[in-house]
Write a protein that binds this ligand. Sequence first.
Ligand code: SAH
Length: 458
Amino acid sequence: MSKQPKTPVQKNEIVEVTIEDMTHEGAGVAKVNGYALFIPKAIPGERVKIKVVKANKGYGFGRLLEHLEMSADRVEPPCPIYHQCGGCQLQHMSYESQLKVKQKQVKDVLERIGKVTDVTVHPTMGMSDPWRYRNKAQVPVADREGGLVAGFYQERSHEIIDMEECLIQQQANDDVVQAVKKIAQENGLRGYDEKSHRGTLRHVVARYGLMTGEVMVVLVTRTEELPNKQRIVEQIQAQLPKVKSIVQNINSKRTNVIFGEKTKVLWGEEYIYDSIGDVKFAISARSFYQVNPKQTKVLYDKALEYANLSGSEQVIDAYCGIGTISLFLAQKAKHVYGVEIVPEAIDDAKRNAKLNHITNATFAVGEAEKVIPWWHAQGIRADVIVVDPPRKGCDEALLKTIIAMKPKRVVYVSCNPATLARDLRMLEDGGFKTQEVQPVDMFPHTSHVETVVWLVRN
Ligand code: SAH
């Protein structure tokens, strides 16, 4: 017989605990004799009865059975499928308390990981109306008895649950998904089946330009052949007057990746447009573009304020994507150099520069940690360096180059406080001082938090 590991609680045990903290995924944390239990949807301060569902060596998981004391921050989640969907993690908390929790998470992690203690972490900048903000919906489709379903994958499975609306999605996108589901059904399209790799329609993707009201519909199909194509296109046009672009993307692979390589315009334009502040953006089916443009403006305004440009500065924008921040900064800088690893994103950045008649921005494809040292060696200098890396943070070689280039200011935009904290430590040790930290809520009701940090050289 194998030895039972000695944990303070065992699987299936029912215990009463007090929630002391919250994970970055939004779960409550309780301790039993120092042993951490993670309890989804429990809120700090609550006293709860739980069932232990998993007891690993170092930590365990519990399921909330009953409240003994309920937090004043708790609210009834407005979405009827909140508990099945998993797309949102914080709808059971008031929006005000979500913003406070995000501020605290940033502050705690900067102290714990980055040892950055003597700095102001401002209250999270939130939305006045934190609903229906997403400008892109990507919804998987499948066949069920009784017809097509389009919705989300049930937690820990690949079973698609049909969805009528998503409360964080722009209404226009919800309208597209519902209408296209019906139109596809009426025209005899089969939903894609992962197991047998059969069926036609894999995903319905809807994109919305907040400032223009333009809508794009993307039908992601397994085959190039699309039965009743003409009728489908006509019905979409007739039922959804805001649609400016209908495209088909073909993904014939067995994969979880949504898009395939080939995209065909079925009707209308290849692009829809949106703008952030005074800068206009062309968005194609596969372009990366910020999903909450209203808060993106708030974030970029903060970045611009921290960059403190007078018009004479040379600026580097590392991890520039489609050049959103670069073009925003170019309006106030002498010259901006943007670098990004995805070639298509750089094509978009150049197109967007032209679209806005911006001539003082240069874009390069490559790894930031290779291109920027090369620029440095070529004698390019930077007064301000902006970085906006993916979740894993900045490459160490890039941080070393920033330290060597000695810009006056660094503006760090981060989607992961833990790697931000690690990188701030290195920048501080290399001669920079963190001035201000501003969390911005780009994704209300989810556990994500975005942060802008202002550093100056000592
Ligand atoms: N600043 C942009 C996008 C930030 S997302 C915006 O605000 O819209 C981070 C970007 O970094 C992605 O576009 C990703 O493709 C890119 N990236 C990832 N690793 C990289 C690397 N090593 N060098 C340059 N870019 C990279």
